[in-house]
Design a binder for this molecule. Structure first.
Ligand code: ZN
Length: 185
């Protein structure tokens, strides 16, 4: 097990679609273990493989809801269906990303999703998620399509994000090390 450096916006792997996993072997197990460990240390509630420089369709998540129920798992080669709409609340519906450390912006998402994915053994499962977990799934799924939440911002939030991103002036192909560099966003 190892904590792996997290890629920062601008690195190519974050901006291109990830490839499906077809070998459910030990290297996949190590990747997923490392992703859980890296996410925990960051700390974050979700992490996609491209964020640690691996262009494969894998994300992990670990989030506790208001009733202290823990939602933890791995999604491999996921599909995501979106349901419904809700009134946008810019104070509440705020996202951050470990690949854009220090920034947070409001973004409207679907309030409900159905995730269909493979687990580490290659077995298919389905999970319905609402609220914040639905947001986590949409955020991580986007990473596997080469999209950051920043790419989805609109209007004043997009303008503000463009400005703040340019102020950050992250060097090309840069990474940060959880537990060493930034505080998580
Ligand atoms: Zn992210």
């Amino acid at each position: 097990m190892a904590i792996r450096p997290i890629q920062i916006k601008g690195t190519e792997v974050l901006h291109q679609p990830a490839k499906p996993v077809d070998n459910f072997d030990q290297s996949l197990e190590v990747l997923v273990q490392d992703m859980f460990e890296t996410m925990e240390k960051a700390p974050g509630v979700g992490l996609a493989a491209p964020q640690i420089g691996v262009g494969l369709q894998v994300f992990v998540y670990d989030w506790e809801d208001d009733e202290q129920a823990r939602h933890r798992g791995v999604a491999i080669n996921p599909e995501l269906e979106l349901f419904g709409s809700e009134k946008f609340n810019p104070e509440e519906h705020v996202e951050g990303c470990l690949s854009a450390p220090g920034l947070r912006f409001p973004l409207q998402r679907s309030p409900m999703v159905r995730l269909t994915a493979l687990d580490l053994q290659g077995n298919k499962y389905t999970e319905i998620a609402k609220g914040w977990l639905a947001r986590i799934f949409q955020h991580e799924f986007d990473h596997l399509q080469g999209l950051l939440y920043l790419d989805r911002l609109e209007g004043e939030y997009k303008e503000q994000a463009d400005k703040e991103v340019s102020e950050q002036d992250w060097p090309k192909d840069s990474v940060w090390m959880p537990g060493v560099d930034y505080d998580a966003p």
